[in-house]
Design a protein around this ligand. Structure first.
Ligand SMILES: [Cu+2]
Length: 197
């Protein structure tokens, strides 16, 4: 490889620093302190986050009118977010993150088996007047959702949406153009070429 191109690749990598920093978590062997390792599983909508990696805290309020406030979240791929889930109602509520389809299926199960115990790092059950939290690492881009799956609540419209946006594909740096793609949630440089002026 010509020396000048090597230099340019290093420059390109430096420019990508923000992205690689965001995505580096994908490659770690995950063993978060204080969480049940058995529950740490990559889902389409992300993976359990580590408290020390939290970049942003968002508060979502749940009320007995079967609504979340806010009901839409915007997240950047690679972000670890702490969701503070505040129940200001008199009923038990919960916030479960998932794909729209996974939540619909889960809600169906909850209707059939109302006493079914469910628990994992992507959900928080919150008693009346209490606050719970979820630390979640959104390492996959896409349109996801959250919902309260207490029987009847999902059906009454207690749902919200999450958009996890990915960085864009083509980037240039001086004489180098490179294309990056998301592959199974990881940020991969697919091709690098010299631009001829
Ligand atoms: Cu609810």
């Amino acid at each position: 490889m010509p020396h000048s191109l090597t230099i340019k690749l290093i420059a390109a990598c430096a420019m990508l620093h923000w992205a690689t920093a965001s995505f580096s978590h994908e490659n770690h062997v995950r063993n978060p302190v204080g969480s049940n390792a058995m529950n740490v599983e990559q889902k389409d909508w992300g993976i359990a986050g580590e408290a020390q990696a939290v970049q942003r805290t968002l508060t979502i309020r749940m009320r007995d009118n079967m609504r979340f406030t806010p009901a839409h979240l915007e997240v950047k791929q690679g972000e670890t977010v702490r969701l503070i889930v505040n129940n200001s109602g008199k009923l038990l509520h919960e916030l479960v993150i998932g794909s729209p389809q996974a939540l619909a299926e889960h809600a169906e199960q909850m209707l059939k088996f109302p006493t079914m115990e469910h628990g994992s790092p992507d959900m928080a059950h919150v008693a009346a007047r209490k606050t719970g939290e979820i630390v979640w690492h959104f390492n996959r881009a896409g349109d996801f959702a959250f919902a309260c799956l207490i029987p009847g609540h999902y059906q009454a419209g207690m749902t919200g949406t999450i958009r996890v946006s990915a960085p864009s594909g083509d980037m240039t740096d001086g004489e180098v153009r490179f294309r990056a793609e998301q592959i199974k949630g990881a940020f991969v440089v697919m091709s690098i070429e010299k631009i001829t002026p």
